[in-house]
Design a protein around this ligand. Structure first.
Ligand SMILES: Cc1ncc(COP(=O)(O)O)c(C=O)c1O
Length: 172
């Protein structure tokens, strides 16, 4: 729902959205459902190919980039530090709207996970989305969004319109 809400506040029909190839199919369906055209860039063992991102930015007017830097779905690759820095530079230079999907941040047992791109210097362009569903268990559909204050207010209004009172855990 967070991906849908964020994307619907950003995308207009005909806009171009940059995604990895392959990427999370339900996010792609959200973007295409909102009328966006997907521009795809490859992923390798260092994550999303940021050289290809730069090329795509020169060629197309990109409205939104969707990224999964930590445990990319479906490849599970984590984006390298070098590519994170490159991507952050591109985000700042092009003033890009970005959805950072960090659905799996808590599942990292071998080393401390890299901090999200959203914790770096991005001038308010990154909308960070996380999920507690994997920790709490599938029946608890609980996600969260971190973004600029105005964007959060708009997202909260949209959320209210989709589901007025949300899920109430209080029993009668
Ligand atoms: C990349 C990605 N984003 C978002 C989600 C949705 O996460 P959740 O099921 O925790 O809401 C998933 C689910 O596996 C996913 O793979």
């Amino acid at each position: 729902m967070a991906i849908y809400i964020a994307a619907s506040l950003i995308i207009k029909p005909g806009d171009k959205v940059l995604v990895c190839e392959p990427s999370y199919i339900f996010a792609n369906m959200v973007f295409e459902g909102l009328g966006a055209e997907l521009i795809r860039v490859p992923v390798d063992s260092y994550g999303m190919n940021t050289e290809a991102v730069e090329e795509a930015l020169k060629k197309h007017t990109i409205r939104l980039i969707y990224i999964i830097p930590h445990h990319h779905h479906p490849t599970t690759v984590t984006m390298s530090v070098e590519r994170r820095h490159h991507l952050l530079r591109l985000i700042k230079n092009y003033q890009l709207a970005v959805i950072e999907d960090d659905y799996d941040y808590d599942f990292q047992f071998q080393y401390e996970p890299y901090l999200p791109l959203a914790s770096g210097d991005h001038e308010g362009n990154i909308i960070y989305i996380g999920s507690l569903t994997k920790v709490l268990g599938a029946p608890f559909r609980l996600g969260y969004m971190v973004a600029a204050e105005k964007f959060i207010h708009a997202a909260a209004t949209k959320r209210m319109l989709i589901s007025l009172r949300g899920i109430s855990l209080r029993s009668r």
